[in-house]
Design a protein around this ligand. Structure first.
Ligand code: SF4
Ligand code: SF3
Length: 541
C-alpha cells in the first residue's frame, strides 16, 4: 500500500495521484490526517442528521466547524499535523456529545461511531478511510468531485461568516451532503448531488459577494501600483478580507506600508480600503512565485489562506499564518476578529523596506456593479462590432510550464476581444499591455476566484439585454484554468447556471474517471485545451 493517496489538485503527481509526498509539499502524515478529518466530518454530519431527525438541538457553530474542517484540507492551506490533529480531536468531542444525546444509535456508520481519542491511532486508521476506500472508480470519482466542490464552497462560506454573513440553508446542505457521502449511492444519485453542489456553490458565492460588497462597498476601477515605497512593508496574501481590514486598521500610523500579494490584489478595488494612505500597492505575482518574492520583500508576510508554498528558511520566521492557514514552525496569529497583529507590525519595523522587482501599474475592479455601470458602453461596443467576443479566462495559476499556454492565448487574441477574469489565473496576462477598446480595457479583472460569480452576473445581464433565451448564445468563450478545489466549486457553479462548452486546463482533473469525464463532455460539452495557436483558431472561430 502506498504511503498516501491524494489527487485533489491539478499538480498531482503524473496527473494520477501523489503517493509518497505531495507535489505541493504535503507530507504523507498530513495527507492521512486530512483524510481522517474528512471521514470524521462525514461521521459528525451523519450524527447531526440523526439528532435532527429525533428533534434534538445542534450546536450553533456546527456549520462553522464543518466549514473549517473542509477548508483546512484544501491544497496549500494547512501543512501542520498538530492543527489537523486538533481538528480531529474537536470533531470527535462534538460528535461524542451529540451521540450521547441520541435516543437511537442503531444503523449508524463506522464513521459516526468512531471514538478513539488517541492521535497515534488516527494515522493508522486513516489508511482505510481515504479516497481509495471507495473501490469503484466511477463512484469514487463523483464522490471526490462532490467533496472537492464542498471544500471550495466551505472556504467561501468561512469568508462570508468572518464578515457576519451566514445562511443556514447552505450549511445544512454541506452537512447533509457530507452525511450522504457515507451511504451507498449509485451513479445517478451522485450526479444529482453533484449538480446540487453546483447550485449551492452559486448561493455561497452570491452570499460572499453580498458580504464583501455590503461590508466594503462595490469594487471600482482602480489603478494598482506595482512599485515599492521607502518604508518597511507587510505583505498580505490569501483571500480573507476581514483579516486584511483588521491589519490595515491596526497598522495605520505605525510607519509601515501594506502591500498585497497573489489573491489579495483585489482588496485594492474596494472603496473601504482606499482611505488608508499606507495601503500602497501590489508586490509580485501569483502564489507560486512566493519563494523569490517573499524573500526580496524583506518584511513579514501574512498568509490569510492558501496558497502557501513550503517556505525558505530566509523568511520562515517572517511568514505569519492566520485562520485556517498553518505551516509548522511559522508563527500563527490566533483568535477571532479583531485579531492582534502586533507581532506582524513589530516584525515589520525591524525589517528593511521591500526590494523593488517591478514598476508600473495594473488596472482592475471590474466586478458586476462596475461593469454594469458601464453597460451602455459595453453593449454599444458589442452592437457596433467593436467587441466581437468575450473570453472568460478565470481560475487559478500554477507552476507547470504548460501554463505558458494562457499567456500565449491572451497574447494571440484578436484586438476586438475582451478577457473577463477572476482568481489568480490573471497573473498569466494581466501585466501584458493588451490595450483597450474605446476606453474599455481588454482585461477586465473582477477580483478573487469567488468573484467568478461577478462574471456570471455580467453574463446573465448581457443575456437579458440581448434578449437571448440561452446563456450559451452570448459571444462568450470559456477557457478556464484550475488548480485547487475552489476552482472545482466555481466550475460546478457555472455548470449549474447552464453554461456549456467550458474548456478546462491545463489538464483535466485526475479525479475524473473516464466514464465521469465522458458524462461531463456529453452533458455539458466540457473540453480540454491543446496548444494556444490551434485553440485560438477553434475557440474563436
Ligand atoms: Fe498532490 Fe495536490 Fe494532493 Fe498536494 S494537494 S498531495 S500536490 S494532489
Ligand atoms: Fe489561486 Fe491558490 Fe486558486 Fe483563489 S491562490 S485562485 S490557486
Amino acid at each position: 500500500m502506498s504511503e498516501m493517496f491524494c489527487y485533489q489538485c491539478q499538480e498531482t503527481a503524473r496527473n494520477t495521484g501523489c503517493t509518497k509526498k505531495g507535489v505541493c509539499g504535503k507530507s504523507a502524515d498530513v495527507a492521512g490526517l486530512q483524510d481522517f478529518v474528512i471521514w470524521q466530518t462525514k461521521g459528525l454530519s451523519e450524527v447531526a442528521e440523526k439528532v435532527k431527525s429525533e428533534g434534538g438541538a445542534l450546536p450553533e457553530n456546527l456549520g462553522f466547524l464543518i466549514c473549517e474542517n473542509l477548508f483546512g484540507t484544501i491544497t496549500n492551506v494547512d501543512f501542520d499535523p498538530k492543527t489537523q490533529e486538533a481538528r480531529i480531536a474537536n470533531t470527535l468531542k462534538v460528535k461524542g456529545s451529540l451521540l450521547d444525546s441520541l435516543k437511537d444509535k442503531s444503523h449508524l456508520s463506522q464513521a459516526a461511531l468512531y471514538s478513539n481519542n488517541d492521535p497515534s491511532a488516527w494515522a493508522a486508521d486513516a489508511k482505510t478511510v481515504g479516497v481509495l476506500a471507495e473501490e469503484n472508480e466511477d463512484l469514487r470519482s463523483l464522490k471526490e468531485l462532490i467533496v472537492y466542490g464542498l471544500k471550495g464552497l466551505a472556504a467561501y462560506m468561512t469568508h462570508a461568516m468572518a464578515l457576519g454573513y451566514n445562511d443556514g440553508e447552505i450549511t445544512d446542505f454541506l452537512q447533509s451532503t457530507m452525511a450522504e457521502l457515507l451511504k451507498e449511492k449509485n451513479m445517478d444519485e451522485l450526479v444529482a448531488l453533484t449538480v446540487k453542489t453546483g447550485e449551492f456553490g452559486v448561493k455561497a458565492m452570491a452570499l460572499l459577494d453580498k458580504a464583501n460588497t455590503e461590508s466594503y462597498g462595490n469594487p471600482e476601477i482602480t489603478e494598482v501600483s506595482l512599485g515599492v515605497g521607502t518604508r518597511p512593508g507587510i505583505l498580505v496574501s490569501g483571500h480573507d478580507l476581514k483579516d486584511f481590514e483588521d491589519l490595515l486598521k491596526q497598522s495605520e500610523g505605525k510607519g509601515v506600508d501594506i502591500y498585497t500579494h497573489g489573491e489579495m490584489l483585489p482588496a485594492h478595488y474596494y472603496p473601504a480600503f482606499k482611505k488608508y494612505d499606507h495601503f500602497v500597492g501590489n508586490y509580485g505575482g501569483s502564489w507560486w512565485h512566493q519563494k523569490e518574492e517573499f524573500e526580496s520583500f524583506n518584511g513579514p508576510i501574512l498568509m490569510t489562506t492558501n496558497c502557501i508554498v513550503p517556505p525558505k528558511d530566509s523568511y520562515k520566521d517572517k511568514l505569519f499564518t492566520t485562520g485556517s492557514a498553518h505551516y509548522p514552525g511559522c508563527p500563527h496569529i490566533e483568535g477571532e476578529s479583531p485579531k492582534d497583529y502586533t507581532p506582524v507590525i513589530e516584525k515589520a519595523l525591524q525589517c528593511e523596506p521591500p526590494k523593488e522587482i517591478e514598476t508600473g501599474k495594473i488596472v482592475g475592479g471590474f466586478a458586476h456593479n462596475q461593469v454594469l455601470a458601464l453597460a451602455d458602453t459595453v453593449v454599444e461596443a458589442v452592437k457596433s462590432g467593436a467587441i466581437q467576443k468575450f473570453v472568460v479566462m478565470a481560475g487559478c495559476d500554477g507552476r507547470q510550464k504548460s501554463r505558458n499556454y494562457y499567456t500565449e492565448f491572451a497574447e494571440g487574441l484578436a484586438d476586438d476581444t475582451v478577457i473577463l477574469t477572476a482568481g489568480c489565473a490573471k497573473y498569466r496576462y494581466n501585466k501584458l499591455n493588451l490595450g483597450d477598446i474605446g476606453g474599455i480595457p481588454r482585461v477586465l479583472d473582477a477580483g478573487q476566484c469567488n468573484d467568478s460569480y461577478s462574471l456570471a452576473v455580467i453574463a446573465m445581464t448581457l443575456q437579458k439585454v440581448f434578449e437571448l433565451d440561452d446563456i450559451n448564445d452570448l459571444p462568450i468563450v470559456y477557457n478556464i484554468a484550475w488548480y485547487e478545489q475552489k476552482a472545482v466549486i466555481v466550475l460546478l457553479a457555472l455548470l449549474a447556471l447552464g453554461v456549456k462548452n467550458i474548456h478546462l486546463g491545463p489538464t483535466l482533473p485526475a479525479f475524473l474517471s473516464p466514464n465521469v469525464a465522458n458524462f461531463l463532455v456529453e452533458t455539458f460539452n466540457i473540453g480540454g485545451i491543446t496548444d494556444a495557436e490551434s485553440d485560438l483558431q477553434t475557440m474563436m472561430a
